[in-house]
Write a protein that binds this ligand. Structure first.
Ligand code: SUD
Ligand code: ADP
Length: 280
């Protein structure tokens, strides 16, 4: 095999509690990661005479600071092999948006190069390498709905599917994850996902009582425009709405696409919007 093309999906966080601050500077989290399979970046890998990397979005780093290049470098260090590969990245997922785009690209690179070069790294080893690249990266190795603990690397996959359309709105406000963590207050509370979902899986209306995002307080106060998006989601019939990750993306689960169309009319035209109907 000389060529691999792969889709790197976005994620949303359904509930995101910052449980406690750790000695290593990171925070323990309690969240449910959910992949958005129909919103994805595309990565192309081709064996070549030397290494090259190209990204179609000029606002994303195209050097060693790109998580794709970092993932390639980590594999070179681990295997002590030069990986002469031509990589192309086509971005669709907004960045610094709480949708995990860069993390997903990094995971897709680990998976693809493992296959292309027959490196034979197993799932557990890939998870370890992924965590060195970022807290969100381990989830994307499988990209299946999972409860995340610790920094996000302790993953419990669960049988969970949202069978309703999800509207994703990004107001193009960039939020640094590091900055958001520096302002957030730890709650010392974990979300009891398994208990709750056993009885309320499809009862999206009841999610708002239990699935909170601890970053909303700080982010909504700094950028009231983001809070307004969530309010508009509910006003237009969302069953559940929340900010994803550290923002600025807000998503809403709706009973039908018709209600979403009404809301789209009300949103500024420069916003990024996407309706996920869960197709691949
Ligand atoms: C908050 C989450 C929730 O899914 O999503 P995003 O909003 O970024 O998408 C993630 O945990 C983000 O993961 P990721 O974007 O990989 O973060 P990292 O590169 O590991 O860390 C960036 C910075 O955020 C802080 N950080 C991150 C994760 C964590 N569990 N505790 C932290 O304190 C640290 O200050 C770190 O230096
Ligand atoms: N492949 C990539 N795609 C997007 N951002 C990247 C990538 N590689 C590195 N970055 C950097 O990572 C940061 C944001 O990553 P991203 O995953 O888009 O944010 P978030 O986790 O908030 O969704 C930005 O500072 C960006 O410059």
């Amino acid at each position: 095999m000389r060529y691999i093309e792969i889709k790197a999906p976005a994620k949303i966080n359904i509930g995101l509690k910052v449980v406690s601050k750790r000695r290593d500077g990171y925070h323990n989290l309690s969240t449910l990661f959910y992949p958005i399979n129909d919103l994805y970046d595309v990565l192309k890998f081709e064996l070549a005479g030397n290494f090259s990397f190209q990204c179609d979005n000029p606002n994303i780093p195209n050097d060693d600071n790109n998580l794709v290049v970092k993932a390639k470098n980590i594999l070179e260090k681990e295997t002590k092999k030069r990986l002469n590969v031509k990589i192309e990245l086509l971005k669709n997922i907004p960045s610094e948006a709480g949708l995990g785009g860069g993390s997903s690209d990094a995971a897709a690179t680990l998976i693809s190069l493992n296959e292309l070069y027959s490196l034979n790294f197993r799932y557990e080893k890939l998870l370890e390498l992924a965590l060195d690249l970022g807290s969100d990266v381990p989830f994307f190795i499988k990209a299946k709905p999972a409860i995340g603990k610790s920094r996000g690397e302790i993953l419990e996959q669960i049988d969970f599917e949202i069978n309703k359309p999800i509207l994703i709105v990004n107001p193009k406000i960039k939020i640094s994850t590091k900055e958001a963590f520096s302002f957030v207050k730890s709650s010392n509370q974990e979300i009891e996902f398994n208990n709750f979902l056993t009885n309320h899986k499809n009862d999206f209306n009841s999610y708002k009582n239990i699935f909170e995002n601890d970053f909303e307080n700080y982010v909504f106060e700094k950028y009231p425009e983001i809070k307004i998006i969530k309010e508009k989601m509910y006003k237009n019939g969302a069953l559940f709405s929340s900010m994803s990750g550290t923002g600025s993306t807000v998503y809403g689960i709706f009973p039908d696409v018709q209600k979403i169309k009404g809301l789209l009319e009300e949103l500024p035209k420069n916003y990024f919007t996407f309706i996920s109907t869960h197709e691949n």
